[in-house]
Design a protein around this ligand. Structure first.
Ligand code: SAM
Length: 303
């Protein structure tokens, strides 16, 4: 397979490299923003699970105009190290940990964020129930952090997996936001259960005290929950973002398009120190053998 084959199969991967985005995910935030005008009047944003940083790049490009750059603040957090982005404060940490939440809050001394975004995804195991569970944990961790830093009336956008238990998550979000919508940007493949909750108009429930030690998913996902109907069950509206003129992320496109000469581009920012690097190095024989490294690594992910 040539190095251009992924460019053919994944139009957004290719466009991301051509437009200088570190990841194709930039188009997801862009299409959600175009639909919901998320960034109108916004200057302070928290970007959770931000590496390699295409959402932060988008936020920085949109918010750091000449007249607003002094007021703006973008705080980005990830488990992985991120290469610097102009105007973005970067923290390395786990968003499910209280210490990370405290560190984020410390950057907002006395101020609150207008918007919190989270594109967090665990390393998927392929076991759908486990993956959905861990993803939902991340959403609730992001929501917990949000309750500490978001201003009244602010917005929260977060990746979710639309599994069978997602209705419970929607109900939990409805406790904090008057409007909750599920968005599916055109750059997110139809074949993927990924979608984004767009929660607007944050309103802290009376008597609620933000607390990172809140249990995450200690609630029991009751089989009967999905049988509920009417007002007993929250059905949130679903909106597809990006009109039909946008590229279809499930389609393969020819390299030569619309009379434009095709040129191969390297990825904009390779991962700095990805978890699979050690395994790749061992495979290439760069590191000494240990007992665990004697196992053959057949399906190592490519950087
Ligand atoms: N929005 C990013 C961009 O545009 O470049 C892409 C995010 S990527 C799909 C998902 C990220 O979630 C990974 O970088 C991963 O390290 C991060 N992540 C997963 N679990 C996390 C956790 N508990 N705390 C912080 N980051 C986490």
């Amino acid at each position: 397979m040539g190095r251009s084959s992924k460019d053919k199969r994944d139009i957004y991967y290719r466009l991301a490299k051509e437009d200088g985005w570190r990841a194709r995910s930039a188009f997801k935030l862009m299409q959600i923003d175009e639909q919901f005008q998320l960034l109108q009047g916004v200057s302070k944003v928290v970007d959770l699970c931000a590496a390699p940083g295409s959402w932060s790049q988008y936020l920085s490009r949109q918010l750091r105009t000449e007249e607003s750059s002094s007021k703006g603040k973008i705080v980005a957090v990830d488990l992985q190290a991120m290469a610097p982005i102009e105007g973005v404060i970067q923290l390395q940490g786990d968003i499910t940990k209280e210490s990370t939440a405290n560190e984020i809050v410390s950057h907002f001394s006395g101020e609150k964020a207008d918007l919190v975004v989270c594109d967090g995804a665990p390393d998927v195991t392929g076991l759908h129930d486990v993956d959905e569970y861990i993803q939902a944990q991340l959403v609730l961790a992001a929501l917990n952090i949000t309750t500490h830093v978001l201003k009244e009336g602010g917005a929260f956008v977060c990746k979710v997996f639309r599994g069978k238990d997602v209705t419970l998550l929607y109900s939990q979000l409805k406790v904090f936001f008057t409007e909750v919508v599920v968005a599916k940007p055109r750059s997110s493949r139809n074949s993927s259960i990924e979608a984004f909750v767009v929660c607007q108009n944050y309103k802290q429930p009376e008597g609620y005290v933000p607390n990172m030690s809140n249990p995450l998913l200690d609630h029991k996902y009751d089989e009967d929950f999905n049988q509920l109907e009417g007002p007993n069950r929250v059905i949130v509206p679903f909106i597809a973002c990006g009109d039909l003129s946008a590229y279809d992320s499930d389609k393969t496109y020819p390299l030569q398009m619309e009379g434009k000469e095709y040129t191969y581009h390297d990825p904009v920012q390779p991962p700095i120190n990805p978890p699979y690097k050690d395994a790749c190095d061992r495979k290439k024989g760069k590191l000494g053998e240990t007992d665990s490294s004697k196992t053959e690594h057949k399906d190592l992910p490519q950087p």
